[in-house]
Design a protein around this ligand. Structure first.
Ligand SMILES: [Zn+2]
Ligand SMILES: [Zn+2]
Length: 249
């Protein structure tokens, strides 16, 4: 199923980027900058390649873990709903620790390397986190969820995060309470003091509200990272996190 819908998602993403760039040019909004966009595309290609490579390994690992446990959960609407909520909880801590633990931040910082906020920024996936990503999802196959269900829920949730990367979608009223909307994710990408290390959610914002990391968008966000602003050289951006880690140790 995922092989069939993935090309649709990727096509949709490319169309959205083109539409937003054209809209920005027509309205003179300055949302895109050519070099910055090429950097995002470079990380997008690296991200897709590593994700495809590691998905096979992830799936085999989850199948092996699922065979170890006596627990078995049959696929149903309820099991998918519970799996979705658990996947969101795991993503929340995976993302939060990617900010709080220096060695994980060294890979995640790629995603925060742009001073722009547009759909292309979503492509700046921290591709090296595929190495440790697998460890966070270990509880799900051990609880008895089907590895194919885990893969489907995790991948579809991952694609949803794309639509959060824009400044052209305003606040969404009622949905702001439980969804990680573009407004909430703009806060996550901002370096304003009050916005730092906030809004780690994936599809939902409920775990940020629960664990005290929620912040609503109140002032105009300034995008990027506070320390050692990254020059827009692809190699420099890729190695930036590791260089910073090396300096500290
Ligand atoms: Zn982040
Ligand atoms: Zn983001």
């Amino acid at each position: 199923m995922l092989e069939k819908i993935a090309p649709f998602f990727i096509g949709f993403i490319i169309l959205c980027i083109i539409a937003e760039a054209v809209y920005s040019a027509k309205k003179k909004l300055g949302l895109y900058e050519i070099k910055d966009t090429w950097t995002s595309i470079y990380f997008g290609i690296l991200g897709v390649v590593t994700r495809i490579a590691f998905k096979g390994i992830n799936l085999l690992f989850w199948i092996w873990l699922a065979a170890l446990t006596p627990l078995k959960i049959e696929t149903s609407v309820l099991s998918i709903a519970v799996l979705f909520l658990l996947n969101e909880l795991i993503y929340y801590w995976f993302h939060r620790w990617s900010h709080e633990i220096p060695i994980l931040w060294a890979t995640h910082v790629n995603h925060h390397s742009s001073v722009k906020m547009n759909f292309s920024v979503a492509a700046r996936t921290p591709f090296l986190n595929a190495i440790y990503h697998i460890l966070f999802w270990i509880p799900l196959p051990l609880l008895g969820f089907s590895p194919l269900d885990i893969l489907a829920v995790e991948t579809i949730s991952f694609f949803f995060a794309f639509v959060q990367h824009t400044t052209v979608i305003p606040k969404l009223g009622f949905f702001e309470w439980f969804l990680n909307t573009p407004s909430h994710h703009r806060v996550h990408h901002a370096m304003n003091e009050e916005y730092i290390n906030k809004n780690y959610g994936n599809v939902l914002i409920i775990y940020d509200r629960l664990f005290g990391t929620f912040k609503a968008e109140q002032h105009q966000p300034v995008y990027g990272i506070t320390k050692n602003p990254i020059r827009r050289n692809i190699v420099n951006i890729t190695l930036h996190g590791w260089k910073e880690l090396n300096k500290k140790s």
